[in-house]
Ligand binder design. Sequence first.
Ligand code: SAM
Ligand code: SF4
Length: 438
Amino acid sequence: MPWLERPLLAIVRHEYAAAMRFAEDDAAEVMPAAPSRPCQLYVHVPFCEVLCPFCSFHRVRFNASRTLRYFDALRREIGLYHAAGFRFSDIYVGGGTPTVDADELVATLDAVRATSPVRSISIETNPNHLQPETLRRYRAAGVTRLSVGVQSFDDGLLERMERRGKYGSGAQIRERLALAHGIFPTLNVDMIFNLPGQTMAMLEHDLAALLALGVDQVSFYPLMIARSARHAMQRAMGLADPRLRHPMYERILDTLLPSYRAASAWCFSRVEGMFDEYIVDQDDYVGVGSGAFSYVGGAMYSTTFSLAHYQRRIESGLSGITQRRFLGLKERMRYDFLMRLFGGELRHDYIRARYGRAFPLRMAPELAVMRMIGATRHDADAIRLTRLGMYCWMLMMAEFFNAVNGVREQMREHVRAELDAWNQEATVSVASIGRSSA
Ligand SMILES: C[S@@+](CC[C@H](N)C(=O)[O-])C[C@H]1O[C@@H](n2cnc3c(N)ncnc32)[C@H](O)[C@@H]1O
Ligand code: SF4
């Protein structure tokens, strides 16, 4: 496999970086047209009590009064989409930490459910917010999947990630997860592998802890860092050994696959239903909030990363979208090829309905290479990933998200002064975390 990794990654790196080039377009008509059927809604809540050094997501330090204003703007923006004809079937609330204000989160979910035929709701949280009575409120508000960021149960690694002081030791996190188990149809745990300083033995302990807890779902991400953020991250956490990535991934598959089904190349589930944030099941999704992406009708959109600009746009009756990019036919095919196979299979009937006979012709080189190296298996009804293919897709998806993280870093750089001022203003002390009512 090592011979394959370099050329594969070089090709997709180049391609994804080109695909993520957006054009600034600060105008009202940037809002996409509503699709004919309900789609997925992604809600971004960019607040965290303390910021982790490895994280490239759009997040700032929590500030209670600004958070109230932000949630109010979110509900207004969702109202704009509703007025434009959008209806939502599935909601994913990601961050940052969406559970920093439980009342506001529940009010926002209620607002969507009042106007859309919502089937599933997934929310992200951190271990310090796992109070059973608050979790039951979320369940009553329709939440079907709770995703808890753990990363590792190893105290040394938690320390290195600057998460031990905030979210407790591995043993404390396990206790909190045990209390959360059974409240939602799906309890997911987010983990990271190939962390700086992580040995195979540490990974095996993490896997044993997960099996002992018996959580419904595990998302095991490789550490993904935007190129522009690599130096800062390495200074904070040290260097990961890339040679461990493949053996670690194999160990994860060997350990989890007997009792879990691969819902994607990095998400393992005992239950059916919604899985991770990285959408493979729905064609269109709308992202609301500051720093959210959308994919509607073959175009990608991004909202402004400036929280002040976001607030102003919403107050003047505009959506948060300030950037868009129309994807060409071949780019859309490649996007589908990546996303569908990431979920395990690319069905022929799906491809025929979308692209007619053009897909096998235009995608012939990609289809041939992946088949030749043994990454895909061509069945009568679908193309499916082999075990080697799962590793290839995990790598390609990580590259795709490195490209997304690159865009995030670039956009955040434009509003650096605002974000720095916001972070300095925030007043949450580490000691108060864990006693949060959320
Ligand atoms: C962005 S966080 C939001 C939810 C919550 N704040 C948390 O920390 O879990 C969601 C998950 O993204 C994953 N993540 C964040 N940064 C990552 C990185 N650089 N590489 C791989 N996964 C990452 C972590 O597993 C994290 O739990
Ligand atoms: S990993 Fe989660 S808690 Fe840490 S900074 Fe990122 S979003 Fe916030």
